[in-house]
Design a protein around this ligand. Sequence first.
Ligand SMILES: [Mg+2]
Length: 102
Amino acid sequence: MKRGAESNAARESQIVDSIMKRLRQEQRCVVRKRHGTAFCFAGDADLYGSLRGRHFEIEVKRPGQFPTDLQAARLVNWRDSGALSGCATSVREALAILGLTE
Ligand SMILES: [Mg+2]
């Protein structure tokens, strides 16, 4: 991995961690990080869980970055099934996907 890519990854993981920390404060909320492995379904989002009975999927990006076409398609798949889904670059955006406020 190039030095630049490494620091970019670190910044996304910091956003992931801050979103998870915030969601753990919610009542009846379970949040999990999805680790990309060969056994993973390609394109599925970084975070998934359940908020008061509603499944959610959140793709996390650094500000100014966007989901790949495959990631965007997966978010639509989940949304079409009734889940809450979207792409977030901050805690605020993640909360908005879930209908929560800071
Ligand atoms: Mg991501």
